[in-house]
Design a protein around this ligand. Structure first.
Ligand code: ZN
Length: 232
């Protein structure tokens, strides 16, 4: 008997079913990465339809943004937390690509976001990148780029210090902590471009703000931000 690839895959799946990283249920043969139930019920923000959304407000008076967006609301103990855990720590890079496609399809319909030229993921420090093997924000950026007709740039904005944003510090200390953390290798290439800066989760916005300050020093540059989730 000749075993087709499909047959073999079904056979393996019988004993080792692929699980949905958001709810933990077995995926059906026609489901890819995230189960249908989760895809329909994950808490979408629809921030692309609401220019003065809560993420945009975080940056008012700090940095000038064209648009601010997060795909989902993050809740502790919820499906998004499970999803982000698998995405960041269990090597499931395909989660980022899928969510980038979903977010990109929404943003492509937005008059603000569909003019984006270059997508830049918030960089990890090279020691952290080596340890983790991938930058989760780059996976998201690549999924977005497929829908937005934009290019992803990962070697221009770089993180000089391994400093992490520390949530227990005051806003001022956190901001101090982020000073001179990021630099841009080739600012000239970003002149007069619309940049979409992306990160996995936005909370206080300190990291995005620090990157944004550097990017906005470039002549004619327009800046928007997009993240997978917004956490209060
Ligand atoms: Zn699920």
């Amino acid at each position: 008997m000749k075993l087709s690839r499909g047959y073999l895959a079904d056979f393996v799946a019988l004993f080792f079913p692929e699980l949905c990283p958001a709810c933990g249920e077995s995926l059906m043969a026609n489901e890819h990465v995230i189960c249908t139930d989760c895809l329909y019920h994950l808490p979408q923000t629809n921030f692309h339809l609401q220019p003065d959304n809560i993420v945009a407000r975080q940056f008012w008076g700090k940095i000038q943004l064209e648009g601010a967006y997060a795909l989902y609301f993050f809740a502790k103990g919820g499906r998004i937390q499970n999803l982000m855990h698998h995405f960041k720590y269990k090597g499931m890079q395909k989660i980022g690509n899928l969510l980038g496609n979903i977010a990109g399809s929404q943003l492509a319909k937005s008059a603000v976001f569909n003019t984006v030229d270059v997508i830049i993921p918030v960089p990890l420090h090279k020691s952290r990148l080596k340890e983790r093997g991938y930058n989760q924000s780059t996976c998201f950026a690549e999924g977005l780029a497929q829908k937005l007709n934009a290019v992803v740039q990962t070697d221009n904005l770089v993180r000089l210090k391994a400093t992490e944003t520390q949530t227990h510090k005051s806003r001022f200390l956190r901001f101090e902590n982020m000073q001179e953390v990021f630099t841009i290798n080739n600012p000239e290439s970003l002149k007069n471009k619309h940049i979409l800066l992306v990160d996995d989760v936005v909370t206080t916005g300190a990291t995005l703000e620090a990157c944004g300050i550097e990017l906005l020093k470039i002549e004619g540059l327009k800046l928007s931000i997009a993240t997978i989730a917004y956490a209060e």
